[in-house]
Design a protein around this ligand. Structure first.
Ligand code: GLC
Length: 793
């Protein structure tokens, strides 16, 4: 029905959706203990709990005292902090060292300020509302200058001001338009950027939720859920990076992925046999194109039964996996949650016998059709089912597999509602919950079970997990790809804001299917998309059954050459990318960043969706249209170098940049240090050469080179290498100092070369106080140093 005019039937008027709510009303009594304030109001109960100096949690429950232990996303207890509270008959003022709340009591309304008195979040007259049938809703004042970023994986542009966004994990094969909502992920979090000041709201509710950011007419926005409590956090910022740090301090951070996971991945629905896979890998080798992983889509299985290999198509899978591994190529098989209802199939038998599948209240199993036909679905809310599922992955890890691809985990079902019946009753350890409540976390719980199983089985190696569905916190277990896009230029363009918003929502490891999943790709599109892919954190080419093949060579030599050059570029940048992944695992701040994240006080950057930053000093501006060889690039303040030509550009203005098909516009900010490697055939073959590019600026700058084994968790025990390079330019002299911070791991570099990008004709260079001989050639000066300057050998 959604596809017909019925969708705009007068009875469906969205204005009616929020009717029937009533106000929380006046405060009747107040109870204060340390960092928690409790209010009994006319229409419900509210707790205000300070989590940290810069994070406060507000929970409203219409029926009873708020429940504090309900979160599926937050795995942190509140810190013990000092809160100054001033309670009077009209209002309560509560402040930490970092933020201040003013709560008026008639009726209950809350406003949050930073310590300079800047208003961060405030409530309209409509304030907090409750409603018995319709769930809960909260209205907040919108400011004319507010821009709203985050919301996880959403189609459309970057700034969601003026949009309405729904969170309900959905399998959407129909083309992803700007209005296609919801998609696979539900991350009910966003940040507001107002004149350079950032703050965040995390609405921790797993029911279907809606954010109405259509603020122009009413001057307010709202978040609404069909059920549960109104449980949200205010994150005080003040910068976009700080908000991401605050949000991920609650919901967790991405574990550092194994290096192979951030190399180039090749996928297809499906490589259907051993021979096809062998030929694929042979082609990569013969054509000298780097490759770290091949994905096995559903055809590897016996009748789509998870935890099986089709013996006819893939005889001796272990042998195949071993031989690919020897060539530096990992196998990542797809694992969907649907288990074929087949009485002769051991996984199904076990799941039924142990009672681990999702059931209705009455005890009958929920069956739905997916790839294998009639299937049952593990009840991942049940810790026993998660453990069972995780343990089953021994089937893969025994074959030498270290990466898994979770798909269809919204969960997707081939029926009218596209998912499981909402009255299925999941069995939890603490309590049972209807599917309508936990639908949005099904993917997270599957990912958790899988990730924990893999960690147990991999003998110290880091697993890689890729997922389609997720909720806040998914970053703790998996990378996210943006599902079934198409080979449209518009989808190439949209991949940027989608990944940027995911990154701003705590998920730094994301990417779109390069080349487009459905529809026929073409050489130009694949070339331009691969150029973007070099700098999206997750770098996988994937395409669907029945559409044009899109391996790097699929469209002829002209394009192959370009695509190969760019896949190699990813390997050349691996050192820098890996360091940014390490940083993201520690702070949550993403690898691929929206412009405003680096330049929050420059309002020109707020809506830029078609260019982005890699770390703090690299700007990437891909070409996003066919036949186009020029584009506008906004360079923020400072001086910028064209990565390819060393031409310099002044910032704080727009430039028209020319880029032939084999060129991706990349700009390096003056002051930057960027390490590069030689491109090898896979991350399994480490580079012997390290080249450190220095772009000296007016001020001193520094860079921390980071390296570890790229494979195990030993870096957590201090087995890594870190060396700080400090660059100073003064009175025509350039001084580079290296300070070894940690040398508990030895990098493989045998040659270390510095490239100084400076046109200064008489620049004196010294390295660790030794004068260096260097000559100016093609705008750069080059010199080698002994690796022992960086690490003890
Ligand atoms: C879904 C996935 C896609 C996969 C296909 C077959 O459409 O999103 O990536 O190739 O299923 O498994």
């Amino acid at each position: 029905m959604e596809d017909t005019s019925f969708a705009i039937h007068p009875g469906n008027d969205p204005e009616n959706n929020v009717q029937g709510f009533y106000d929380i009303g006046d405060v009747l009594s107040t109870d204060i203990s340390d960092q928690k304030l409790s209010f009994k109001c006319q229409q419900g109960y509210i707790s205000v709990l300070f989590y940290k100096n810069d994070i406060v949690r507000i929970i409203m429950n219409p029926q009873e005292e708020p429940l504090l232990e309900e979160s599926f996303a937050v795995d942190q207890a509140p810190e013990n902090i000092k809160v100054h509270i001033d309670d009077s008959p009209e209002k309560v003022e509560a402040s930490t060292d970092y933020m201040k709340l003013t709560i008026s009591k008639h009726p209950f309304r809350v406003s949050a300020f930073d310590m300079k008195g800047n208003l961060l979040v405030s409530e309209t007259d409509d304030g907090m509302a409750v409603g018995k049938k319709e769930g809960v809703i909260c209205y907040k004042d919108a400011n004319e200058e507010d821009h709203y970023f985050g919301f996880g994986e959403k189609s459309g542009f970057l700034d969601k001001r003026g949009e309405k966004l729904t969170m309900w994990n959905s399998d959407v094969y129909a083309p992803h338009n700007p209005e296609t909502d919801p998609l696979y992920q539900s991350i009910p979090f966003f940040m507001t950027l107002r004149r350079g000041l950032a703050s965040g709201i995390f609405f921790d509710n797993t029911y279907r939720t809606t954010f109405d950011m259509e603020v122009e007419q009413l001057g307010k926005y709202s978040f609404h859920s069909e059920g549960g409590q109104l449980d949200y956090y205010i994150l005080a910022g003040p910068t976009p990076k700080k908000v991401v740090e605050q949000y991920t301090s609650l919901t967790g951070r991405m574990p550092l992925p194994p290096k192979w996971a951030i190399g180039y991945h090749q996928s297809r629905y499906s490589y259907e046999s051993k021979e096809e896979v062998e030929e694929l890998v042979r082609n990569f080798k013969e054509k000298d194109i780097p490759l770290d992983a091949v994905h096995f889509d559903i055809h590897y299985m016996e009748g789509y039964r998870v935890f099986t290999f089709d013996e006819d198509r893939f005889p001796q899978a272990k042998e195949l996996i071993r031989s690919l591994d020897e060539q530096g190529v990992r196998v990542v098989p797809i694992v969907d949650p649907g288990v074929k209802a087949d009485a002769q199939y051991s996984i199904y038998q076990e799941g039924v016998q142990k009672g681990l599948f999702c059931k209705y209240l009455e005890g009958n199993i929920f069956f739905g059709d997916v790839w294998p036909g009639k299937s049952a679905f593990p009840d991942f809310l049940n810790p026993e089912a998660r453990k069972w599922w995780g343990d089953k992955h021994q089937f893969y890890t025994n074959l030498g597999i270290e990466g898994i691809w979770n798909d269809m985990n919204e969960p997707a079902v081939f029926n009218e509602t596209k998912t499981m019946d909402t009255d299925v009753m999941h069995r939890g350890d603490k309590k049972n919950r209807l599917h309508i409540e936990v639908h949005n976390v099904y993917g997270n719980l599957m990912a958790q079970g899988t990730y924990e199983g893999l960690v147990n089985q991999l003998d110290g190696n880091r697993p890689f997990l890729l997922t389609r569905a997720g909720y806040s916190g998914i970053q703790r277990y998996a990378a996210v790809w943006t599902g079934d896009n198409r080979s449209f230029w518009e989808h190439l363009e949209m991949a940027i804001p989608m990944c940027l918003n995911l990154g701003a929502s705590g998920v730094p490891f994301s990417g779109a299917d390069i080349g487009g999943f459905a529809h026929d790709s073409n050489g130009e599109l694949l070339a331009r998309w691969t150029q973007l892919g070099v700098f999206t954190p997750y770098f996988r080419n994937h395409s669907a059954l029945g559409f044009a093949r899109q391996e790097p060579w699929a469209f002829g030599e002209k394009y192959e050459k370009i695509i190969s050059k760019y896949i190699k570029l990813r390997y050349r940048w691996m050192q820098h990318m890996y360091k940014l992944f390490k940083d993201a695992s520690e702070t949550g701040v993403p690898v691929m960043r929206p412009m405003y994240m680096e330049y929050p006080s420059d309002q020109e950057t707020y809506k830029l969706f078609d260019q982005f930053m890699i770390g703090e000093s690299v700007l990437v501006a891909p070409i996003l249209r066919p036949g186009i060889k020029d584009r506008l690039v906004y360079l923020p303040e400072g001086t910028w170098y064209d990565y390819w030509t060393d031409e310099t550009f002044e910032g704080s203005r727009k430039h028209i940049i020319h880029a032939e098909l084999d060129q991706l516009p990349i700009f390096i900010k003056q002051g930057a240090v960027i390490p590069e490697l030689d491109a090898t055939s896979s991350t399994a073959k480490p580079s012997k050469n390290l080249t450190v590019h220095v772009y000296p600026g007016q001020d001193s700058s520094s860079y921390k080179l980071y390296e570890d084994d790229g494979r195990t968790f030993e870096y957590n025990d201090g087995k890594f290498f870190e060396c700080e390079l400090v660059i100073r330019k003064e009175n025509g002299k350039l001084d580079i100092q290296s300070h070894i911070i940690k040398d508990a791991f030895q990098p493989t570099w045998e040659l270390v070369e510095f490239v100084v990008h400076s046109e200064d004709s008489d620049l004196d260079i010294s390295f660790n106080d030794q004068a260096i001989e260097s000559k100016l050639k093609d705008k750069v000066r080059t010199f080698g140093v002994e690796p022992s300057n960086l690490f003890n050998r």
